[in-house]
Design a protein around this ligand. Structure first.
Ligand SMILES: [Ca+2]
Length: 101
């Protein structure tokens, strides 16, 4: 049976491919697919992303090879960046609230 962390990695892969396969290149996220993914899967962590300019900015930041698409490697950097930000919040929260989550 996969571990918790292995499950998390598998989920990342599954979510990426679920959105990437919606149209165009099935191996990459278009701007539209990225927006749909962020709205549906990251709405808790990216509350301010209703702003269409924010999607463009994130897309531009992620698309390091500048092909107008977000591949899995580029997508992972979004997840990693958000995870780092969340972990910092988590630490601050732990400090403030003792050890409860
Ligand atoms: Ca790209």
């Amino acid at each position: 049976m996969p571990s918790e962390l292995e499950n998390a990695m598998e989920s990342m892969i599954m979510v990426f491919h679920r959105y990437a396969s919606r149209g165009g290149n099935p191996l990459t996220l278009s701007r539209k697919e990225l927006k749909e993914l962020m709205e549906a899967e990251l709405s808790g962590f990216l509350k301010s992303q209703k702003d269409p300019a924010a999607v463009d900015k994130i897309m531009k930041d992620l698309d390091t090879n500048r092909d107008g698409q977000v591949d899995f490697e580029e997508f992972v950097s979004l997840v990693v960046g958000l995870s780092i930000a969340c972990e910092q919040c988590y630490k601050m929260h732990m400090k403030k609230a003792g050890c409860k989550k």
